[in-house]
Design a protein around this ligand. Structure first.
Ligand code: ARG
Length: 458
């Protein structure tokens, strides 16, 4: 019979039991459940709600259960309703009546809220350290390519010259924001619901500050109803994971494009590419495609969780049991994606010549030509128009801006002189873009140093 037997005359129908049970997926929180129970038992003993000797006995047995679970001497019973029920009945099996005192001034409602917060907090820290590792690789790639000129794109059309380092550092910034967001999630997650009990607190003289301290929470939550019905931190985490996956997916999409023969800006290491079963020449960027694809399920879980929460009256409702599979799957997949991406990026070969050759085409120095005229005194709009006409002429005559003669330039404006060639030289175009945040090597080098420093302080 389940722990809640008493009011009931029959056992739960077996199919209904399967439907109702969460053990298959919440068993992964066994450590956090035991950790929470140890803190609770310590507090009960401290406050003399149970005898000190009983508290000690409970704690000792809980620690043994943890060891037995970790080294495989104890298996989690798949028929238990959930991990909380399992640990409690195992405790009672081991120490009898004393075990039954553990649930004093506690409910599974605050228990599950504690467990999930502790579990997600650990995962959040792990994701932060994975992101850190990823940013380190990005920075390394950037440092090797501060002078590798490539076209910067808008609308996937060649736009203006940048460097591969500048492009990489944009991703470094995105993932830095993800770290920041994750830290923020931890901040609001790190509040202790234990002591909210079922929903309305308790008449026992509990000490919520003590359990907060023991479990590393910043403080107890201020309202017991909120304590058991708040899953905002799950939503925030799902949303942060979704944004990470947006970034991973955009990065993947670019690598997929760059691997194509049309671009050939990079080549992935054989260890991170796959072949085709029929086409012998193929080398496919499957990993990046899978990451792009997996972003879908992570976004899906966010929508699922928001929808699951939105209609629930306060306080606890069983709907909330649905939070776990969703957030666990989002975490597992996001972690796997970052984990695989890191060595793939690290070993990715950058084909500098192809980037530079692409930069030479597409008139990406046209803005610099217009800026040249502006610096000679022309209003930008006029300079823009003249340059546009020159580009059209060059296209018609199969030329580029650097192969036009000075005479040809002068047909469009008498302001043109020999120094136009310096102004539209790609290396100069990049080197002179020294505005803060720009692609000039001197600026990107400073950015790299700044980010390294920031990373060290995370
Ligand atoms: N397995 C449940 C969950 O994940 C634990 C809380 C159950 N509480 C209850 N009153 N049925 O939400």
């Amino acid at each position: 019979m389940p722990l809640w037997a008493g009011r009931f005359k029959k056992e739960l129908d077996s199919k209904t039991n399967d439907f109702n049970s969460s053990i298959k997926f919440d068993k992964r929180m066994y450590k956090q459940d035991i950790q929470g129970s140890i803190a609770h038992a310590t507090m009960l003993g401290n406050q003399k709600i149970i005898d000190a000797s009983e508290s000690e006995k409970i704690i000792k047995s809980l620690k043994e259960i943890l060891v037995d679970l970790e080294n495989g001497n104890l298996e989690i019973d798949r028929n238990a309703e959930d991990i909380h029920m399992f640990v409690e009945s195992e405790l009672t099996n081991r120490i009898g009546a004393t075990g039954k005192r553990l649930h004093t001034a506690r409910s599974r409602n605050d228990q599950v809220a504690v467990d999930i917060r502790l579990y997600l907090r650990d995962e959040a820290y792990e994701i932060i350290s994975l992101l850190k590792e990823l940013i380190e690789v990005i920075i390394r790639k950037a440092a090797e390519n501060t002078k590798t000129i490539m076209p910067g794109y808008t609308h996937l059309q060649r736009a203006q010259p940048i460097t591969f380092a500048h492009h990489m550092m944009a991703y470094a910034e995105m993932f830095m924001r993800d770290i920041d967001r994750m830290k923020d999630v931890i901040k609001r997650m790190n509040v202790n619901p234990l002591g909210s009990c079922a929903l309305a607190g308790t008449t026992h003289n509990i000490n919520r500050e003590l359990t907060s301290e023991l479990l590393g929470f910043d403080s107890p939550c201020n309202n017991s109803l909120d304590g058991v019905s708040d899953r905002d931190f799950v939503l925030e985490m799902a949303s942060t994971l979704s944004i990470i996956m947006v970034h991973m997916s955009r990065f993947s999409e670019e690598i997929i494009l760059w691997c194509s023969w049309e671009f050939k800006f990079v080549e992935l290491d054989d260890a991170f590419s796959t072949g085709s079963s029929i086409m012998p020449q193929k080398k496919n960027p499957d990993i990046t495609e899978l990451i792009r694809g997996k972003s879908g399920r992570v976004f899906g879980h966010l929508t699922g969780l928001l929808t699951m929460m939105k209609g629930q009256p306060l306080a606890y409702n069983k709907d909330m049991q649905e939070d776990k599979e969703a957030i666990f799957d989002s975490i597992d997949n996001t972690k796997m994606c970052i984990y695989t991406f890191i060595p793939m990026l690290d070993t990715m070969k950058v084909i500098k010549e192809n980037m530079e050759n692409a930069a030479k085409k597409g008139f990406i120095n046209a803005t610099d030509c217009a800026d040249y005229l502006v610096k000679k005194g022309l209003p930008f709009r006029e300079a823009y128009k003249i340059t546009g006409t020159i580009v059209a002429y060059a296209i018609d005559n199969n030329k580029t801006l650097d192969t036009l003669s000075l005479e040809e330039y002068k047909q469009y404006s008498s302001l043109f002189d020999k120094d136009i060639y310096d102004a539209i030289d790609l290396i100069n175009c990049v080197n002179l873009r020294t505005s803060f945040g720009g692609p000039a090597p001197s600026i990107v080098e400073k950015h790299i140093e700044m980010l390294k420093e920031k990373l060290n302080n995370i």
